[in-house]
Design a protein around this ligand. Structure first.
Ligand code: FAD
Length: 444
């Protein structure tokens, strides 16, 4: 094995084999690059991807955010074709188009979103509150917000107002199995010559002057140096650790750090089969989002409202993976207000994982000050949906910059493979000014 590896030469090393890392590997391999994805975990998608809610929606606050997500959706809608066929012995991940209802109240997130959906020609319906109730009778259409903690006595106050309605996008939904989707990308990459190494940690970035020349890894065969003229950091919540290895800490205007996030699972209320009939609900009024979950369950995530404590994690290898009673109560009781027939179980169920959060909650898809070293990081709990388009953008960027393009002086514009939309990569620059239009939350 070691002898074989001595003959391995790579054009690109990708650090990470989550959904975005595997997508970057696949995109470059299908373009004829000799790629190697390295991951310290045992299989593709075992990092934060495995616990992703995998929601595909378009409700971002900026033009570029909405454009990316609309283009990104098409990769999931054409998943088999994108992969090059039935490449995976485990089957393909499924895109379940349950639609999104974004609740409307005065001053709500929909005020930013509706004009952008219109501008980009994304199909949507603007529902009155009566239409919302007719479509989803299990929801109480009262205004309960702004979001509060259950120990705030106003949490249980009798509502006096009704929502304005909802913005409905029928083309959104979620992916059945996010870990499987990363494995699909691995198999697609391997089918066109891409390589993967698991149980192998990158421990150092090798450089020669201002240029990256490879990485040092530590795996089953011990420490080893692997050479490549291009290295891409797609390390998810470890992105800042890998940037530090590359000596890049403090060289970017936008930094990334890891944020702990809890997702809970509860059974549908009696008489409701939410798995079969539910939608993705974006409820900025109570501060949660929900979607159908297997086993007739409802998955509840948090929009991280200001009243909730934010738990930043300094060491992404060590954090509390137990669901806490406080956050369980907060998220489940918020849903119980919206769905009055919901039973509140005693047994806590769900997952805990880390977001890789950028200062303005918008990702960084860029080169760095170290030539040949690129980043697809800061995915801020909302870029699963964009794996395909982000990989396309990264491949276009790498090809242009390695061919001599000065991306910092003249940011590249990339054409979406499916929609033809122009994606301005300058808006995902490491050195952008903080984007004040951002929601500064998972809504991006
Ligand atoms: C709880 C939760 C819910 C989310 N919900 C949604 C959602 O509904 N919709 C949406 O669009 N997005 C969502 N996201 C965000 C989305 O899941 C992530 O943006 C996406 O999965 C990130 O993929 P990735 O490949 O960049 O990172 P990861 O999946 O984290 O992969 C990074 C990989 O790098 C490896 N690695 C790190 N350091 C090293 C090293 N030194 N050497 C070798 N390997 C290393 C890790 O082992 C890991 O496998 C959610 C995220 C979380 C945590």
């Amino acid at each position: 094995m070691a002898a074989d590896r001595e003959n391995e030469r790579y054009d690109v090393i990708v650090i990470g084999a989550g959904v975005i890392g595997a997508a970057v590997g696949y995109e470059l391999a299908r373009r004829g690059r000799r790629t190697l994805n390295i991951d310290k975990l045992p299989a593709a998608g075992y990092g934060s991807t495995s616990n992703s809610c995998a929601i595909i929606r378009f409700s971002y606050s900026t033009y570029d955010g909405v454009a990316m997500s609309w283009e990104g959706q098409h990769y999931w809608a054409n998943w088999r074709d994108h992969l090059g066929g039935d490449v995976d012995e485990r089957g393909l991940a499924r895109f379940i188009r349950c639609g999104t209802a974004l609740l409307k109240k005065p001053g709500g997130h929909h005020e930013k979103v509706i004009p952008l959906l219109g501008e980009l020609g994304i199909p949507f319906e603007d529902w009155s509150v009566e239409e919302l109730v007719a479509r989803f009778p299990a929801f109480d259409p009262s205004v309960f917000g702004p979001p509060k903690r259950p120990d705030d006595e106003s949490f249980w106050a009798e509502p006096t107002e009704r929502l304005l309605g909802a913005v409905w996008t029928a083309d959104s939904g979620y992916i059945s199995d996010p870990q499987l989707s990363a494995h699909n990308l691995q198999r697609a990459a391997e089918a066109v010559g891409g390589r993967f190494r698991f149980n192998t940690a990158v421990t150092a970035i090798e450089r020669d002057g201002g240029r990256v020349i490879g990485v040092t890894v530590d795996g089953p065969d011990g420490p080893e140096v692997l050479s490549a003229p291009v290295v891409v950091n797609v390390a998810g919540p470890h992105s800042f650790v890998v940037n530090r290895m590359a000596g890049l800490e403090g060289t970017m205007k936008i930094a990334t750090r890891a944020l702990r996030h809890e997702v809970h699972h509860v059974a549908s209320p009696p008489g409701v089969d939410y798995e079969a009939t539910g939608c993705h609900l974006q409820d900025g009024d109570t501060g949660i989002y929900i979607r159908p979950e297997a086993g007739d369950n409802i998955l509840i995530g948090s929009e991280d409202p200001e009243c909730d404590p934010r738990e930043w994690v300094d060491d992404p290898d060590h954090f509390d993976r137990e669901i806490t009673e406080d956050q369980w109560q907060a998220q489940v009781l918020r849903l119980a207000r919206r769905m009055p027939d919901l039973g509140v179980p005693n047994r806590r169920r769900g997952v805990v994982d880390l977001y890789d959060v950028a200062d303005d909650w918008i990702p960084i898809y860029d080169r760095t000050d170290l030539s040949g070293f690129y980043v697809a990081i800061g995915t801020s709990g909302n870029q699963y949906k964009n794996a395909g388009v982000a990989a396309h953008c990264m491949a276009e960027l790498i090809e242009a910059v390695e061919a001599g393009h000065d991306h910092d002086a003249a940011p590249l514009t990339v054409e979406g493979r499916y929609t033809g939309l122009a994606i301005d990569l300058g808006s995902f620059s490491r050195n952008r000014d903080i984007n004040e239009r951002s929601s500064f939350s998972v809504n991006g």
